[in-house]
Design a protein around this ligand. Structure first.
Ligand SMILES: [Zn+2]
Length: 273
């Protein structure tokens, strides 16, 4: 598109329309999941920036929890971004590597016939780089739509957007909601108690809280690093598990199997994963 303000307007319109469509109709059968059991927190860092290694990984390591790192395949090893060796070291440490696609461009701007190749090639390149299978997708700029999610289904177990919110009750596993941490903050997020309130919320009504991190953003400063420390400490004190996306799905499956064994003969509700 040659007119940048118009392109940005179109992006915003697409984003809002797709979200309204998802909220109005709810997740379709292929993408519907149901939250089950206690709350879980996940921490997902977008873009594969080197700053993740200095600002986020040491915090996660200090609390012995694993995060998710979503590089753009074509950015791996370029200036300011993690190398294949960095990604391999993270994967060896139990962190999850997710795909942020081959290029950092909203899919609705790309011809539909190119989507499958974008999903497949970025998954293959990043799996090769980190040495483990890549099963989670993070949409560039969070942009998605029903046709995009239907196409992603063939290549990934789940996908994350930038749409704000918790994942609880029946939720969309191909449009997992997130809440920003460290940058892209709404005015209410700047309240020092905002993150604690989110944790109180998921304790009161169990949900999957996924924090979205862009550590290269200057607003992800020392104060935000300290806040991440404080929130991970609080989660540990409250017994809230901090898991990768991949491990959260496994956790849900295990909970469901345990419930089925306990209630043998009394089938539990379908649609957990
Ligand atoms: Zn991004």
């Amino acid at each position: 598109m040659s007119n940048p303000p118009f392109a940005r307007w179109l992006d915003r319109a697409q984003h809002r329309l797709a979200r309204a469509n998802d909220e109005w109709f709810g997740p379709r059968e292929f993408e519907a999941a149901r939250w089950y059991g206690d709350p879980v927190i996940s921490i997902v860092c977008d873009d594969g920036c080197l700053s993740d290694l200095s600002k986020v990984v040491p915090v996660l390591d200090a609390h012995r929890v694993q995060g998710v790192f979503a590089p753009v395949a074509s950015w791996v090893g370029t200036s300011g971004h993690m190398s294949a060796a960095d990604l391999r070291a993270l994967a060896r440490g139990g962190h999850e590597i997710a795909s942020h696609l081959d290029h950092h461009e909203p899919l609705h701007r790309r011809p539909e016939h190119t989507w499958q190749e974008a999903f497949q090639s970025s998954r293959a390149a990043l799996s090769d780089a980190c040495g483990t299978d890549v099963t989670t997708l993070v949409f560039p700029h969070g942009h998605n739509s029903l046709p995009v999610r239907q196409a992603a289904l063939e290549h990934y177990d789940s996908a994350l957007t930038t749409w704000r919110g918790f994942n609880r009750g029946v939720f969309n596993r191909y449009a997992l909601r997130r809440v920003p941490f460290g940058s892209h903050l709404a005015p209410a997020d700047r309240d020092p108690l905002a993150h604690r309130q989110l944790i109180n919320d998921v304790l009161a009504r169990p949900a999957w809280l996924i924090w979205m991190v862009h550590s290269a953003n200057p607003s992800h400063d020392e104060r935000q690093i300290d806040r991440l420390h404080a929130m991970l400490l609080l989660a540990a004190q409250l017994g809230i598990q901090v898991l990768t996306i991949h491990n959260t799905w496994r956790h849900l499956r295990n909970l469901r199997r345990a419930a089925q064994r306990k209630n043998a003969g009394y089938p539990v509700e379908q649609g957990t994963t």
